[in-house]
Design a binder for this molecule. Structure first.
Ligand SMILES: [Zn+2]
Length: 313
């Protein structure tokens, strides 16, 4: 792992650029982290940086429980006995890390699935974030950003720096990967709209560089999700299994899957299918003991309605 360094953002707010960025807010000699990096080594380097500045680690706030955001928790908590705050719906995964590969696979995960990208070391949540507002006794505020995972939050520091977690991804990541992990597609789209209404001086995404404005990027993220929905609907012109939907989408975007990507994306595809079923645009049938997805009645109604509107112009 490359040597991690500290970058100043504004006032008492800093961040450590990393594969999953780490935020730091300092009051006196007390530091609060926003996420903890992707593994023990990240935790070790974070602690070195804190020590170099004479800061004591008071608390880690986890925006969500994905292994790359909580990977330094166990090491840092063992070394410093720091508190860990996390949203209610994410606590179970932090305290029982086996849940993440089990959730992604949809069954008992075999040993290859229990790797550090999908399964962090166990740590203990001391402060549950159950509603928006001040986190524990700190001056940091949480904002509910559901969609990417069960109960993700963003964190706003008193310097008006907004750590937006994985609510949006940078353009280069979207153009390279196209498909990125989503749990609740509808909630994600609503979160993207809501993000634009929250003013901050600087926005720091979980992955990528800080931004001064996120309107354009939120639109880019939203358009990619809508494009994937359209592609899934076209794929489902004939009944197909969710595995076939994944295969065909990967062909469209030139993606070749490894084990981790397969687990993340097959799970994400099922979330898209549920979302489109909820909107009446897909239906499921059982044929030959296979669950297959096809365009729903409301999809035809929506398409013909749209054709009428464009024909009338
Ligand atoms: Zn992430």
């Amino acid at each position: 792992m490359a040597q991690l360094t500290l970058k100043h953002i504004r006032g008492n707010t800093y961040y450590i650029p990393a594969p999953a960025n780490i935020g730091i807010f300092v009051e006196g000699d007390q530091a609060v982290l926003i996420d903890s990096g992707n593994d023990k080594e990240a935790g070790r380097q974070i602690l070195r940086l804190l020590n170099e500045h004479g800061w004591n680690l008071k608390m880690i706030i986890n925006t969500h429980s994905n292994a790359d955001h909580i990977g330094g928790n166990a090491f840092l908590q063992q070394r410093t006995e720091c508190r860990i705050a996390a949203p209610r719906g994410e606590c179970g995964f932090i305290e029982n890390p086996l849940l993440e590969p089990a959730f992604l696979f949809g069954g008992f995960p075999h040993k290859d699935m229990k790797n550090k990208f999908l399964m962090a070391k166990q740590s203990t949540v001391t402060d549950v974030i159950s509603e928006p507002g001040a986190v524990a006794d700190s001056d940091l505020k949480s904002v509910h950003l559901p969609g990417h995972f069960f109960d993700m939050v963003g964190i706003i520091t008193p310097d008006n720096v907004f750590f937006i977690a994985d609510s949006l991804f940078p353009e280069n990541i979207i153009n390279k990967y196209h498909l990125f992990f989503l749990f609740d597609v509808k909630a994600h789209l609503e979160t993207l709209d809501r993000l634009k209404l929250i003013d901050a001086e600087v926005y720091v995404p979980g992955h990528g560089k800080p931004l001064s404005d996120l309107h354009m990027l939120a639109e880019t993220n939203k358009n990619k999700v809508l494009e994937i929905m359209d592609n899934i609907l076209s794929i489902c012109a004939d009944p197909v299994t969710s595995e076939e939907v994944l295969e065909k989408l990967c062909n469209i975007y030139g993606i070749s899957l490894d084990l981790n990507q397969y687990l993340l994306l097959s799970n994400t595809i099922r979330s898209y299918l549920s979302c489109l079923y909820g909107e009446g645009r897909l239906e499921y049938i059982f044929t030959g003991n296979m669950m297959k997805w096809k365009q729903g009645r409301d999809h035809y109604a929506l398409v013909s309605e749209m054709q009428e509107i464009s024909g009338g112009r």
